[in-house]
Every structure is written in C-alpha cells, then in structure tokens.
Write a protein that binds this ligand. Sequence first.
Ligand SMILES: *Cc1c(COP(=O)(O)O)cnc(C)c1O
Length: 430
Amino acid sequence: MTDALHPETLAVHAGQEEADSATNARAVPIYQTTSYVFDSTDHAADLFALKVPGNIYTRIMNPTQSVFETRMTALEGGVGALATASGSSAVTYAVLNLTYAGDNIVATSTLYGGTYALFAHTLPQFGIEVRFVDPDKPEELAQHVDEKTKAVFAETVGNPKINVVDIRAWADAAHEQGLPLLVDNTAPTPYLCRVLDQGADVAIHSATKYIGGHGTSIGGVIVDAGRFDWAAHADRFPGLTQPDAAYHGVVWTEAVGELAYIIRARTVLLRNTGAAVTPMNSWLFLQGLETLHLRMERHSDNAQKVAEHLAAHDAVAWVNYPGLADSPDKAAADKNFTGHGYGGLVSFGIKSGREGGKKLIEALTLFSHLANIGDAKSLAIHNATTTHSQLTPEELEAAGVPEDMVRLSVGIEHVDDLIADLDQALAAAG
Ligand SMILES: *Cc1c(COP(=O)(O)O)cnc(C)c1O
C-alpha cells in the first residue's frame, strides 16, 4: 500500500488490500493452524532454504500475523515487522538481535519497570551489560560508548514518569557513534509519534496497550526502518554481516539487504526461542488498530482535561503531562509528535503523600486499580509499591518514580465522569 494514504486509512486497510483470496471474507480471517501443507518436496526444500516466500510453521509466521505486521510496518513507516508473544519479548529480541556475551548497550534510565528489570538484572546474566544514562543528555552519549557497544535504547515517553525523550536528538547522537537507535514507542503509538521519521532505526511496541486497546491480549511488535547501514560497521554487527551458523552460513545483509535485521530476528531468534504471537491475538490487534486513531484522539482529549483539572486542584502537589502549557516536556512533544494529541498517560503526586496515594486508589470507582495502560477503560496505579517495587530508592529516583506518584491511564469514557470520580477520591484521600 502506498505512502500516499493517511494513517487513518492505513489503520483500517494496510496488509489486507483485497478480500481473503481463499474465501472472499472481508474481515481478516484467523488462520488457526500450526502448519501448512507443502506443494511438493522441492517446494518444501525451497521454503526452508528461503528461496521462495511462504508459510511453514506458525511459530515462525502465520497469515493473520502477517497482516498485523504489514499494518504496523505501514503505520510506523518501516520496511518490515515482527510480531511477538509480548512487548517484553519484542524488547528482548530487539536487543539480542545485535548483542553477544561481552557486548553492551546504552539505555535512557526512564524505562518501563519490566524493561528496567530485564536490562539491570536478566541481560547481565547472559553477559550483556546495559549502561543507563540521563534521558535529557544525548550530548553525553559518547562518554558511555566503547567498541563493545551495539545499540542505544530509549522510550519515547518514559513510563511512568511521562517524560518525553527527544528521539531526534538521540538518533543523531547514536548515529554519530555508528550505533542504531532502538525506541520503545508503546505510549504514543505511531498515530501520535512516528519514531522512525524522527530518526529511530527500530520501533518496538507492547501491542498489549493501545494497539490492542481493550485490555484483552498480550503481544508485541518490532518494526525496522531498514535504514541502518550494518555493512558499513561490519565488525560491530557480525550477526548481520558475517556467515550465520544458525542459518547455514547465510550473510543477512547480502541475502536480504535492508531487511537484514528484521529477517534475522524472525529466522534466528523467534525460530530458535519461540516467543510467537498467537493467530487469535494478531487478529485482536488488527481489530484494535482499526480504531487506533479515534481512540488516541479521545484518550488525549480526556487526559488533557484531567491533567488541567488536577493541576488546579488543592490536594495535588504536581502533575506530569506533556500537553500542559508549563510542562518541561511540551517542547520535545511538539517537536517529535504528529500533532494529534499528547497521549493518555498522566502522573501526579498527592499532597497527603504515600498514605494519601493508597487511599485515593482505594476510593476510585470508575478507574480500575491494575497494572496496565492503554485500555479503553480508565486505570490507576501507585507505581512505587507495584510496578517499580523491586527498585531501590536510588533506582526509583533515576527512573523518575517518587513515592507519592499515582499514574493514570485515562480511558475513553466521558471526561466529566472521570473528573467527578477523581474529585471524590481526592476528597476521600484528605
Ligand atoms: C507494557 C510495556 C512493555 C511490556 O509489554 P508486555 O506486552 O506487557 O510484555 C514494554 N514497554 C512498555 C513501554 C510497556 O508499557
């Protein structure tokens, strides 16, 4: 599908330009199958040798999944995508696709709690070190890079701090060091921020959040811009530029050119470690994408009004929302975002502190108390005692999670009802 179409149209159509060729079904069918019959023994051999494209086994690819991947590729403006079983496996594969034991990456410190734990504790068990840096200081990147550094990682909007990272500045800094920039773009989604247009080389999503959009399914996706010149830094990226023993000696950059990174992620990491998305969840993510633009606009409108209301409330100490006129993040959002809104996440501190935060959460009725974001329903959580409870006080500080912080994922209900719920809960919190 061509670049001339608008995101709203791509969200509804990309990946399935015509009715299903086998049945004329208009909706994308759920191909609930593990395997696909080969036409002949030669066909089977050619498929395994990657000489012809086609389906072999649903751990590696599936037609419903392909439509989802093509739609995400179109929405982010990349060359290819890989859907996975979760956002966490997408982040893991995005990094492992470039790193071996002894290597390191540099990551901004304001990260989703699960990603922080992966980077601080799990990857080091495999000999991969993550160097955490201040998200506002791309100019300091060079100090943290050595010949074993393989990538720079950032989140467009730090979760739960709701700080906006200047992706363009980080992309320029990474490229100056000969490194690709990997960006977790879960919070804004490509409708609010096209990170590949801002210079990122790889976009990563937890599809569990706004893409699925209804709190029903866990999944993730990696989208490759296809722009990074791996061959120009051949010694740094042997997995992509030298014969790969995991796949009968293929050199990915020679065999598939600009698709080297995303094809290796599928044929090596997904094939051999198996965090495959299910056909059913791929289908649910397609359902979600068809209304992504409508929901993101309403999430953003509601969050803007909630943030303004909280900022003017006597019981509230501080509010983080990039759409607030005096937000330190507004300039970066206005520079990087598409102009359709600032997203659905708001965090704030309550004057009655940690205890008040607990009472507030307990008093809310429309906001559900749970550990998710991006649902059509409004959600709330106290991060220091839940999502980030494994962090030390110093780590909480670097992650931007003060003890009084409550994070809201503002849903698509009527905003007046949400504000009334917050007001009664703030009163109950004292
Ligand atoms: C939720 C989330 C993840 C992890 O995704 P799962 O689908 O829960 O595995 C990664 N990054 C961000 C920013 C998230 O919000």
